[in-house]
Design a protein around this ligand. Structure first.
Ligand code: GLN
Length: 489
């Protein structure tokens, strides 16, 4: 093998496979060999689907040999977060509760990727049921940040981000409820896109908080994120909340032309809560827009301070309802020692769920309980509406909002795991985007002095992914430096 296909972008691989310069099988083999070489250090993959990958690649090559046109992701190697239902392999949500669980169906996004001729390399690690910001809450393994193996990859889609950053795949699908695509993308130095709520079908995504969850791509380039979004978006009869809009044709928007673009900087995002080094990187990124004629506007999102509190009421309330189905009867783990039905519930849940998931179920049950519902849940819903209103008002003055993705770069294992509140604050800039159902993207904007990636977050109006990706692509093309590769073998 001459070329290292594993550092190529999805678009480059697709073009090469479509053009016959390389076979899908060669690309898959190259990636599998790279996984063998580096995943012992990174530990992103929870299942490597060697046979499946080669079978899918062979099917793409056979199609090419028959002279049939190849799909838009021809031969592109993909990893899938452990909470996306796949008939092949296991769907465990990185939880003991679903150890060994085999889904009877494929998620809609999984089908769409397959129809586009992508090749699945396997599944990747996450925080249990997507609750966390470091992937330390996984019951399966500890995933490391490819830029520094002593640091976390972020979460909850930490395996997705690490696998893309380490060159193990060109594209991963993750999910984002409060930042779980953007924050790990930021910490691992890749691109992470959370589409508008409803843009992508959630059918076959194991639900955490249904009014917030969205599936989206993690990639190494903005163009790849746009390509993936085009493939996975669109109305799905199997998800009533999917928006009745054609698939987002966003690749055409990457024109490199930002004439007239107004970039809003929320003053609430640039306070002492933001690490000074991160702040400097974000300001340098904003300067790129300024230098090319964008109008930089000072904006305000006055309700930002309430976002974390509101989120941890709404997401826990929804989680407590969604996770009620894991009762030892229909799905997953059933405790062998249970003698009564009551025992079976208590023992199965206490052993099947890890501490963070139990904490969320208890909090959610509490905020929904009679006597507390109005004080917590209802009030949080009202505050959520105010947060959304803030964004509506801000988007009168600007077309995209720019700011940090995360208040700090990656951190050492254990640094925040004893203090849930500290961990919750990792998502201070991403959570309100989910509460307001907006599209957001994180893209690499440099390395800190200690060699850890920093991330710029851009936010746009609902369903304006085209504007979002255009602005992101512009920055990526004009930032004036290359992110390089993480220092793994
Ligand atoms: N870190 C946040 C949480 O723990 C967000 C997780 C997510 O987006 N899935 O809830």
């Amino acid at each position: 093998m001459t070329d290292a296909w594993h550092w190529k972008s999805a678009c480059e691989i697709r073009d090469a496979v479509q053009g016959g310069a390389v076979s899908a099988t060669q690309v898959a083999e190259d990636h599998l060999a790279h996984i063998d070489a580096v995943d012992g250090q990174v530990d992103a993959f929870t299942q490597v689907w060697r046979d499946k990958a080669l079978e899918m690649a062979a099917a793409v090559d056979a199609k090419a040999a028959r002279g049939e046109p190849l799909g838009p992701l021809a031969g592109v190697p993909v990893s899938l977060k452990e909470l996306l239902c796949t008939r092949y392999g296991k769907t465990t949500c990185a939880s003991k509760m679903l150890a060994g669980f085999e889904s009877p169906y494929d998620a809609t996004v999984v089908k769409k990727l397959e129809d586009a001729d992508a090749v699945f390399l396997g599944k990747v690690n996450m925080d249990e049921f997507a609750m966390g910001s470091s992937t330390e809450n996984s019951a399966l393994k500890t995933t490391k940040n490819p830029w520094d193996l002593t640091c976390v990859p972020g979460g909850s889609s930490g395996g997705s981000a690490a696998s893309v950053a380490a060159g193990e795949c060109a594209l991963s699908l993750g999910s984002d409820t409060g930042g779980s695509i953007r924050q790990p993308a930021c910490l691992c130095g890749c691109v992470g896109l959370k589409p508008t709520y409803g843009r992508v079908s959630r059918f076959g995504l194991v639900a955490f908080a249904s009014s917030l969850d969205q599936i989206g791509p993690l990639t190494r380039t903005v163009e790849d994120a746009a390509l993936a979004l085009r493939v996975i978006s669109g109305k799905d009869p199997m998800d009533a909340t999917s928006a009745d809009m054609p698939a987002a044709d966003v690749t055409d928007a990457l024109t490199g032309d930002i004439a007239g673009l107004r970039v809003g900087l929320p003053r609430e995002y640039f306070t002492d809560a933001l690490n000074p080094e991160m702040r400097e990187k974000i300001e340098q990124a904003v300067d790129v827009y300024r230098a090319h004629g964008a109008e930089i506007v000072d904006i305000s999102l006055p309700c930002s301070n309430y976002a974390i509190a509101v989120y941890y009421i709404i997401c826990t309330a929804e989680a407590s309802a969604n996770l009620a189905r894991f009762d030892g009867v229909r799905y997953g783990f059933r405790h062998p020692d249970a003698k009564t039905v009551q025992d079976m519930y208590v023992l199965s849940k206490s052993e099947g769920f890890g501490p963070e998931v139990q904490r969320r179920i208890m909090l959610g049950t509490y905020v929904l309980s009679s006597g507390y519902y109005d004080a917590y849940y209802l009030k949080a819903q009202k505050a959520r509406a105010l947060i959304k209103k803030d964004f509506d008002a801000a988007f009168e003055q600007c077309d995209v909002i720019a700011g940090p993705t995360s208040p700090t770069a990656s951190f050492a294992f254990g640094a925040k795991s004893d203090n849930p509140l500290e961990m919750y604050l990792s998502d201070i800039y991403t959570i309100s985007v989910n509460l307001a159902t907006l599209p957001g993207i994180s893209l690499p904007c440099g390395l800190t002095d200690t060699g850890l990636p920093a991330g710029l977050q851009l936010i746009a109006r609902p369903f304006e992914e085209a504007t979002l990706l255009k602005a992101a692509h512009f920055y990526e093309a004009n930032r004036g430096f290359d992110m390089g590769r993480p220092p793994i073998a």
